[in-house]
Design a protein around this ligand. Structure first.
Ligand code: 2ND
Ligand code: ZN
Length: 343
């Protein structure tokens, strides 16, 4: 088992982090003040509302926790501050490259347009890049429970926004009631624009088919993909296609993707050669950091060593939605830094 200090030294990549689920307490308070919303809550009460308890029963109960912060994320200023705040926390986690995702349609309650919501987030990420040693990019999420009419407004965002920080598309939200198949037309519109795709899939019991469908619809990465453990015949495809699984241990236990460590497929998939990665999903809702997720993995699998953590970071770099030159630079930097930690 690795010491927390050793884990803290490791440079990290995070591919799966939701903006609205990851706001720090101080940021939540600032956003409320800016929005002229009197929360009238102690710090403990704020956290109680924003975090999902251990006894959360399923994904839908977990998702209900996001209702608390969304009223605070309805202006350009607040979205910019939020994006800055999450990238800042990531930098403190020794993350050198992060992709932060959010659903623009949830931020239009005042007068923002979809494009303005994206511009605000991208501006916050750019400002964080100036102040911290981090590269921070944005992914646009569609929400599965949304109408197709609303979802079809998302692909054109990629025509309208010409900013290198906007790097990909995701579908998040209610996987229990909205299987992937429903979105094939939408994803065809995303593919037509050559936009990188990662999709939440295989996060709920009996949802494994969504993983196969996601890959067939152009996803090169899968958000969580826990139910791939039930697809022995498909695991070879995940390996040969180098599909990256964005796993998030704390979140996966809270949403009840799994309930027993013995059933968590991270190590088994890693040993087979599947490109697994570690992520927070939601720093605030899951009350976590990437440091804590690495510590969990190190405790559950004491043999998972520095070289294994390095390997999953190289998998994450390979799967990142950046060009080959940026990937090579990150691979080089990570190889060098992990070598120094091992020596
Ligand atoms: O783990 C998740 N699965 C499905 N949807 C999720 C997860 N975490 C966050 N979301 C949703 C709730 C957020 O409001 C939305 C955009 O970030 O994405
Ligand atoms: Zn997620």
């Amino acid at each position: 088992m690795l010491r927390p200090e050793t884990i803290a030294q490791m440079p990290k990549v995070e591919l799966h982090c939701h903006l609205d689920g990851s706001l720090s307490l101080s940021c939540i308070k600032t956003l409320a003040k800016n929005a002229k919303i009197n929360l009238n809550l102690t710090d403990e009460e704020i956290l109680e509302k924003a975090q999902a308890p251990e006894n959360t029963r399923n994904l839908l109960e977990y998702l209900a926790r996001f209702d608390f912060v969304l009223p605070l994320l309805q202006s350009y200023t607040n979205l910019e501050l939020a994006a800055y705040d999450v990238a800042r926390q990531a930098a403190l986690d020794n993350i050198r490259y992060i992709e932060i995702r959010f659903a623009p349609e949830q931020h239009l309650l005042q007068n923002l347009t979809l494009e303005e919501a994206v511009e605000a987030v991208v501006a916050g990420l750019s400002r964080a890049e100036e102040n911290f040693d981090i590269i921070a990019n944005a992914l646009v999420c569609g929400l599965r429970q949304s109408t197709l009419e609303k979802l079809e407004k998302l692909p054109p965002i990629f025509d309208h926004i010409n900013d290198s920080h906007l790097v990909g598309f995701d579908l998040a939200g209610d996987e229990l009631n909205y299987p992937q198949q429903k979105f094939s037309g939408l994803l065809a519109q995303v593919n037509a624009r050559n936009v990188h795709i990662t999709l939440h899939a295989g996060e709920c019991p009996h949802c494994e088919q969504n993983i196969v469908d996601s890959v067939n619809m152009g996803a090169t990465r899968i958000g969580h993909g826990i139910m791939s453990k039930n697809l022995p015949e498909y695991q070879e495809t995940l390996i040969s296609e180098k599909i990256v699984l964005e796993m998030a241990p704390s979140s996966n236990f809270q949403t009840k993707s799994v309930t027993r460590i013995e059933d968590y497929p991270f190590k088994q998939l890693y040993d087979m050669g599947v490109h697994v990665t570690l992520n927070t999903d939601n720093r605030t809702v899951s009350n976590t950091t990437l440091q804590k997720e690495y510590e969990k993995i190190s405790t559950w699998y004491p043999d998972f060593g520095i070289e294994d953590f390095e390997q999953i970071n190289h998998y994450a770099i390979d799967g990142a939605f950046i060009d080959i030159v940026e990937k090579e630079a990150l691979h080089f930097k990570f190889t060098d830094e992990y070598k120094k930690i091992s020596d």
